[in-house]
Design a protein around this ligand. Structure first.
Ligand SMILES: [Zn+2]
Length: 112
C-alpha cells in the first residue's frame, strides 16, 4: 500500500477525500486532487485543463515555428508542466507539475 503525503491532514473532510483517492492503485483512480494556489486542495473536477506549457516563439516566427507552436505538443509520459484553470473556484489560471502516468501532482503555483 502506498501512503501519500496528504494522508495526515488537519482538515477532516478534505483528508477523507484524499485518502479515498490516494489509497487506490493508480490504475483504478478516476479522480485526483489538485491544490489551487488560492483556494487549497480540491477535486480535479473543479478545474479545467489548459494544456501543457508551451513556450511562445520569438517575435517573428517562421510559418514552421508558428505551426509547431500552435499544433504540436510533447505529450510526455512522465512529469510535465501544465496550465490549469479553477473554474469552480477563484477563476484563476495557475501552473502545475503533474506526472501523466500516475496523475500525481508534484507542485502548483501562480505564474510569475
Ligand atoms: Zn482557486
Amino acid at each position: 500500500m502506498i501512503l501519500y503525503r496528504y494522508q495526515y491532514s488537519d482538515e477532516p473532510v478534505l483528508d477523507a477525500i484524499k485518502r479515498q483517492e490516494y489509497l487506490q492503485p493508480p490504475g483504478d483512480r478516476v479522480s485526483y486532487v489538485l491544490t489551487c494556489p488560492n483556494c487549497g486542495p480540491r477535486e480535479v473536477t473543479d478545474f479545467s485543463f489548459g494544456g501543457e506549457v508551451n513556450p511562445r516563439p520569438h517575435e517573428t516566427p517562421s510559418p514552421r515555428e508558428l505551426g509547431a507552436y500552435n499544433y504540436f505538443r510533447d505529450n510526455v509520459a512522465g512529469v510535465q508542466r501544465e496550465w490549469w484553470f479553477h473554474r469552480s473556484g477563484c477563476g484563476e489560471w495557475f501552473l502545475a507539475e503533474r506526472d501523466t502516468r500516475t496523475n500525481e501532482v508534484l507542485l502548483t503555483e501562480l505564474p510569475s
